[in-house]
Design a protein around this ligand. Structure first.
Ligand code: NDP
Length: 486
């Protein structure tokens, strides 16, 4: 008698798309200037595209030099009144903005995902709550500024220009605006050309919060708008997050001028796994370190340094875990890896991945079905990487991890520091003493132990070397927006 084999059951996820019906995206957005949405002086509107579908989401006005000049004038007019408000009163506005972000969080999360391609799970659970948390945090500082800078007497800088990238559009806007406003500055923010939407929704929130006109200005545009803002007379400080190349250009443009500058630039951060680490936990951290937000993260753990004795085990577990990642519709709540932000960024990733193969590294890319439209890149792992390979040196800014190995703690430190960047690092070990010893030797602004990509508004974030200078977050984030008088 034969025993009947049981039919094998294939378990799979059912689609779980987030509804987008409730979001109120307008067909067209003007510039947010002097407290209202306005036509741009040059009358130029450009569509913003959903990178997962290549469909236009809305038309957005791009600011030209005339608009920038008007914005600076209005921001300058508004600044003394804003700075003269008691800190507690400025705090009330920031609290209101934070509360309104929370109230509109579902709408903001969907808008962020549609405009930028990141999975809804991330915009809903990370970007939007953290943006609100930044406003809450700096609202708390607005009436205690001198205690944030060692009990010195301080004044605001004046009008600040802020340029943000496309990887965390609303969160970066919050990182920039919240401390600037708490300190009594007025701010002109330029969002990235591919992701202006949530900054414009934040402008609506500023209106709802009845923020005085001119305190916050939102001027969408491309690189030329950013370059014009940097060079415009009447700006007291520039805060920039983006590529090292543009950071260098801004620094050169401002050399010798009385304009404050903070730069948060690229990275090639080392995620170091020691043989005594809890390896399953480390693998989750590696995945979060490099595949979170499709790897479009300045502090992504893109250089994975594994101790030789556990290299095969970690790579085996990582590959098995990677094959379970779900790539596709960013609005689906089960999606782990969404769309690449733009065709240009996809091209950059493909170029560097091709260079990795040409230079002799071994590539493994997970097999998965990618949507026909949109910009996609499947999670990729490179082994047999030498420290001189381009994929071990240059920021890929995509879902690509390069594996290197080390034998001793000293070698791990040397390899981790062998980079022109120095933004972040991760250490995976069971030994507290080892973690502290390694962390103090690493040239990185942020070092995570047994976790990765963990952000908190109370903690300072910023870089060493070509990753920039200045800190954002926590009391350290106040300093770049204040002048110490005494
Ligand atoms: P950019 O540095 O060009 O963009 C960042 C911001 O600066 C955007 O708002 C951009 O506008 C603006 N900008 C562009 N040129 C100038 C300029 N000359 N003066 C002032 N502002 C300017 O980054 P990209 O989007 O081109 O990305 C290129 C690479 O940079 C990525 O592949 C990645 O490696 C790295 N990058 C790093 C980031 C980080 O957080 N460290 C963030 C983004 C990118 P616009 O959007 O119109 O270009």
């Amino acid at each position: 008698m034969t025993i009947e084999t049981r039919t094998s059951i294939v378990w799979d996820y059912a689609p779980a798309p987030e509804s987008a019906d409730h979001i109120r995206v307008k067909d067209r957005y003007g510039l947010f200037l002097d407290g209202e949405f306005r036509e741009p002086a040059e009358g130029r509107y450009v569509p913003t595209i959903n990178p997962a579908t290549e469909q236009p989401v809305a038309e957005v006005a791009w600011a030209g030099p005339g608009d920038i000049a008007t914005a600076i004038e209005r921001a300058r007019d508004a600044q003394p009144g804003w700075a003269a408000l008691p800190g507690l009163e400025r705090a009330k506005y920031l609290f209101r903005i934070a509360r309104l972000i929370q109230e509109r969080s579902r709408e903001l999360a969907v808008a962020e995902t549609i405009d930028g391609g990141k999975p809804l799970r991330e915009s809903r659970d990370v970007d939007i709550p953290l943006a609100a948390a930044h406003f809450f945090h700096y609202a708390g500082w607005a009436d205690k500024l001198r205690y944030g800078v060692g009990a010195r007497e301080v004044t605001p800088l004046g009008v600040v220009g802020q340029i943000v990238p496309w990887n965390f559009p609303l969160l970066m806007a919050a990182w920039k605006l919240a401390p600037a406003l708490a300190c009594g500055n007025t701010a002109i923010l330029k969002p990235a050309e591919t992701t202006p939407l949530t900054a414009l929704l934040l402008a609506e929130i500023c209106q709802e919060a009845e923020l005085p006109p001119g305190v916050v200005t939102i001027l969408p545009g491309d690189g030329s708008t950013g370059a014009a803002l940097v060079r415009a007379p009447g700006i007291d400080k520039i805060a920039f997050t983006g590529s090292t190349a543009v950071g260098r250009d801004i620094q050169a443009a401002l050399a010798g001028q009385q304009v404050g500058l903070t730069l948060e630039l690229g990275g090639k951060s080392a995620n170091i796994v020691f043989e005594d680490a809890a390896l399953d936990q480390a693998v989750e951290g590696i995945v979060n370190g490099i595949f979170f937000n499709q790897g479009h993260v300045c502090c992504a753990g893109s250089r994975l340094l594994i101790q030789e004795s556990v290299r095969d085990e970690v790579v085996g577990k990582l590959w098995a875990r990677m094959r379970r990642l779900r790539i596709g519709d960013p609005l689906d709540k089960n999606t782990d890896v969404g769309a690449i932000n733009s065709a240009e960024q996809l091209e950059r990733i493909e170029l560097l991945v091709a260079a990795g193969e040409e230079e002799g590294a071994v590539r493994r890319t997970i097999e998965c079905e990618l949507p026909e439209r949109g910009y996609w890149f499947a999670p990729t792992l490179f082994t047999e990487v030498s420290p001189a390979h381009r994929i071990a040196v240059e920021e890929i800014f995509g879902p690509v991890v390069s594996v290197l190995t080390f034998r001793t703690q000293a070698e791990a430190i040397e390899k981790a520091n062998n980079s022109r960047y120095g933004l972040a690092a991760g250490i995976w070990t069971d030994k507290g003493s080892k973690a502290f010893e390694v962390a103090s030797a690493l040239q990185a602004g942020v070092v995570w132990q047994n976790t990765y990509n963990h952000f908190d508004p109370t903690a300072a974030f910023g870089g060493y070397k070509e990753s920039g200078f200045g800190r954002e977050g926590g009391p350290a984030g106040l300093r770049p927006y204040l002048r110490v008088v005494r």
